[in-house]
Design a protein around this ligand. Structure first.
Ligand code: AMP
Length: 284
C-alpha cells in the first residue's frame, strides 16, 4: 500500500494503472475510519483491480459554525486499517494541495438540496460536489462507493455524475451499525457518555415508524410526529430535522407510496448525528 500526498504523484500512479488495463475502485472518506468505511473498502476490493481511498477533511463542505476543527483524525490508525483491507493507495492531500489558491470555479448543486441536510447546511453539497469533481478527475475510477447513511449525498453525487458525464458507476452501500443500532460515524466519539447511551433511540424511532407503516400508517406527518415524540422524550438531542420524502427525487409526499426515505438529523452537544431508512410500498 502506498500513501500519496500530491496530485501529481496520484495522477502518475493512476496513469500507470490505466496503461496496464487495471480497473479502479474509489472510496472517498474524511478519515477516522470505522466499519462503515471498511465495508465500502471491502466491496471495492472485491470488484476492482486497484482500490484507492482518499482521506481529506474538506473545508469547503463545512459551514462557519460547524465542526471542522474538532473533526476527529487519526491517520496512523487509518493507515493500519486500510492496509488490513488491502487498499492499494491512500490519497492523503493537504488542504493547500487541494486548494492552493482561491478557486476560480466551484460546483453549485441545484436539485435535491432544498431539503434535509441541504437545507440545514447551506453550501454543504456545493462543497461536496466541488471536491468530488476534483477527486474524480484525479483518480478516474470506474466505480465509486458511497454509504446510504448519507442518502442525500448519494442522490446528489448521482446527479453530479450524470450531469457532468463522469464515466463512473456510483455504488451505494448499506449503513453499518453498532450492535445497539446506532449508525457508525466518525462523529460518534464526540458524544458525551449519556448522549452515547441515548443515541440508539434515533434508529429505534425509525424502526418504530417502519412498524407503524407496516401496520397501515400512510400519513407522512403522523410518521414524523411519532419519531419526533420518541426522540424528544428519550434524548437530550435537539432535532434539526425529521422528514419524509420520495426517494431518490426527494419530493414531498401527501400519502406514503412508492420508494421513500425517512431521514433525521439530531444535534447533541458536540456531534450532529444523521440516520435514515428507505422503504417501499407499492399500492394502486
Ligand atoms: P465520511 O468519512 O463520513 O465522509 O464518509 C465516507 C463514506 O463512508 C461516505 O460515503 C459515507 O456515506 C460512508 N459511511 C459513513 N458512515 C457509514 C456507515 N455507518 N455505514 C456505511 N457507510 C458509511
Amino acid at each position: 500500500m502506498r500513501v500519496i500526498t500530491t496530485i501529481e504523484e496520484m495522477q502518475d500512479a493512476i496513469l500507470h494503472a490505466k496503461k496496464g488495463g487495471q480497473s479502479i475502485g474509489y472510496v472517498p472518506t474524511m478519515g477516522f475510519l470505522h466499519e462503515g468505511h471498511l465495508s465500502l473498502m471491502e466491496k471495492a476490493r472485491g470488484e476492482n483491480d486497484i482500490v484507492v481511498i482518499s482521506i481529506f477533511v474538506n473545508p469547503l463542505q463545512f459551514g462557519p459554525t460547524e465542526d471542522l476543527s474538532s473533526y476527529p483524525r487519526d491517520f496512523e490508525r487509518d493507515k493500519e486499517l486500510s492496509m488490513q483491507k488491502k487498499v492499494d493507495y491512500i490519497f492523503y492531500p493537504s488542504v493547500e494541495e487541494m486548494y492552493p489558491h482561491p478557486s476560480s470555479v466551484t460546483v453549485k448543486v441545484n436539485a435535491r438540496t432544498d431539503v434535509l441536510c441541504g437545507k440545514s447546511r447551506p453550501g454543504h453539497f456545493d462543497g461536496v460536489a466541488t471536491v468530488l469533481t476534483k477527486l474524480f478527475h484525479i483518480i478516474q475510477p470506474e466505480k465509486a462507493y458511497f454509504g446510504t447513511k448519507d442518502a442525500q449525498q448519494v442522490a446528489v453525487v448521482e446527479g453530479l455524475v450524470h450531469d457532468f458525464h463522469f464515466p463512473i458507476e456510483i455504488i451505494p452501500v448499506e449503513t453499518v451499525r453498532e450492535t445497539d443500532g446506532l449508525a457508525k460515524s466518525s462523529r460518534n466519539v464526540n458524544l458525551q457518555t449519556e448522549e452515547r447511551e441515548q443515541a440508539p433511540i434515533l434508529y429505534q424511532s425509525l424502526l418504530r415508524a417502519k412498524e407503524a407503516i407496516i401496520a397501515g400508517e400512510r400519513d407522512p406527518q403522523k410518521v414524523v410526529a411519532l419519531i419526533t415524540e420518541m426522540v424528544t422524550e428519550k434524548t437530550d438531542g435537539k432535532i434539526d430535522y425529521i422528514e419524509v420524502y420520495s426517494y431518490p427525487m426527494l419530493r414531498e409526499m401527501i400519502k406514503l407510496n412508492g420508494k421513500f426515505i425517512i431521514a433525521m438529523a439530531v444535534k447533541f452537544s458536540k456531534a450532529r448525528l444523521i440516520d435514515n431508512i428507505i422503504l417501499e410500498i407499492n399500492e394502486k
